[in-house]
Design a protein. Structure first.
Length: 471
């Protein structure tokens, strides 16, 4: 019998093949592993019994759970019976609206599972310093995206001259200087710009064009001299559903003409008072003259413009969030002077025989069904802390109101995750639970698709791949 000699190469190959099984069994090291959890995000079907592996601030693996599997992980969390969602966004906040709340707002957002916020108006230098301090702090904080001041017209609504309103806005320079103006804002560090209600038509279009050239997203109220279908397509988001009621009225042309005449004739006074007088004169009549066909035409022009309804603000007088069972648990975290002031105002409202601005509240809730019908995207925002907006807590009320107005729980979650991230073209980096994405996550004890209120059932919150809050 002939014996076949092995060459050195054949021996090396044999040894390599023999070692392969032991190599495949060696588990990589992970920062955090969440095993046997149900994974939910805004655009994918629920994935049950999953294991999510996290390293260096990123989601590295999302894979089916294997019983009794061992992991080489710094932190191992048993997700059995729990639900993992992306970190939530609040797309409309004001850190500088009340200085007493500024320092507590970041931690309150995280406590409620909010890992990113969009500050939609305030002094830019103050906000930049505030964000830098948070980034350099050892304490975790949400990602903060800034617009700088509200960009307004000759008269500024939030000019600081009204005792009840802070200075959040500024007038804008002549049209031929707007290019350098927007460029300087970007160089200073804004992530987007915010256009406001007393801008004239020429400045509004020029500002949106300059921002587009610089790849800066635009958030906007509908300027009072324009309509939603003319202003909306020039912006990436529109706020509060405000002024859409005029565009949806059968007599919108007459209302717009009247509004423009009032603004043209206003040569002295406060911008805040000018806006308030126009709202008082036209808002309810416009709602009462609602024309569904006209409104569908308007909304069909907004399919590329994210709406940020802020339902919880628009409806605060009729929904009365302070009557919610879990209100006190978040309310007690506010500074004492704020609690005292809010309590006095709540007592006053509670003694009113009729809710103020009830028609606009009802209109805002109704309009969500029309956005859904016309495929208009929407994102969750609260305008916290304005109008009893407890930072963090208010977003969960917003999600509840979206669902009560016709959205599914998954659509509501999408509005506070995927759609929010898409405003900044970040939807391929954050806002989903997919491999390679940023590990901003919230672990819930109960299923939010069964009841959207379960977004409040927070066990843990993760920011940049690290646990920021544990129950």
């Amino acid at each position: 019998m002939t014996t076949k000699l092995r060459t050195p190469l054949s021996i090396l190959i044999a040894l390599t093949l023999a070692l392969l099984p032991s190599c495949s069994r060696k588990e990589e090291s992970w920062d955090i592993v969440i095993s046997n959890v149900s994974v939910i995000d805004g655009i994918s079907p629920t994935r049950v019994n999953q294991t999510v592996k996290i390293r260096d601030g990123l989601i590295i693996k999302v894979m089916p759970y294997i019983p009794d599997q061992e992991f080489n992980a710094h932190s191992l969390v048993d997700g059995n019976g729990q639900f993992l969602i992306p970190g939530l966004w609040d797309m409309h906040v004001h850190f500088l609206y009340d200085e007493r709340l500024k320092e507590v707002m970041p931690s309150m957002f995280l406590d409620h599972g909010i890992t990113a916020v969009r500050d939609t108006g305030g002094d830019l230098e103050s906000l930049l310093d505030f964000r830098t301090d948070l980034v350099n702090s050892s304490e975790p904080s949400p990602d903060i995206f800034l617009s700088g001041p509200l960009l307004d017209g000759k008269f500024v609504i939030y000019d600081g001259n009204n005792p009840a309103q802070p200075e959040l806005g500024t007038s804008t320079p002549p049209v031929d200087e707007l290019g350098d103006f927007v460029k300087s804002m970007k160089e200073m560090g804004v992530d987007f710009i915010k256009l406001y209600e007393l801008l004239d038509e020429e400045r509004f279009y020029a500002l949106s064009e300059k921002a587009n050239q610089l790849d800066l997203p635009v958030a906007s109220h509908v300027p009072l001299v324009l309509t939603a279908e003319t202003a909306g397509p020039k912006a990436n988001s529109m706020e509060h559903l405000r002024n859409i009621e005029l565009s949806c009225a059968s007599n919108w042309k007459e209302l717009l003409q009247e509004r423009r005449a009032l603004i043209k004739g206003f040569d002295e006074g406060l911008g805040y008072d000018l806006r308030a007088s126009i709202q008082a004169l036209q808002r309810i009549p416009a709602i009462m003259d609602y024309d569904e066909n006209r409104c569908d035409e308007v909304l069909s022009s907004l399919t590329s413009t994210i709406q940020v309804p802020t339902l919880r603000l628009n409806t605060v007088s009729i929904t009365k969030p302070w009557e919610e069972e879990d209100w006190d648990s978040s309310f007690h975290k506010l500074p004492l002077t704020v609690k005292e002031e809010w309590s006095a105002r709540i007592n006053f409202l509670s003694n009113q025989s009729r809710a103020a601005n009830e028609k606009f509240s009802e209109w805002s809730l109704f309009l969500i069904s029309r956005l859904l019908k016309n495929n208009v995207p929407f994102a969750a925002g609260t305008d916290a802390p304005i109008g009893f907006g407890i930072p963090g807590y208010s977003l969960h009320n917003e999600l509840k109101l979206l669902v009560e107005s016709g959205a599914t729980p998954q659509q509501a979650i999408k509005s506070a995750t995927y759609t929010a991230a898409s405003f900044f073209k970040l939807e391929d980096r954050v806002g989903q639970i997919q491999e390679g994405m940023k590990a901003n996550l919230v672990l819930l004890r109960e299923d939010p698709l069964v009841d959207i209120r379960n977004t409040r059932e927070i066990n843990r919150v993760m920011v940049d791949g690290k646990w920021a809050r544990k129950s």
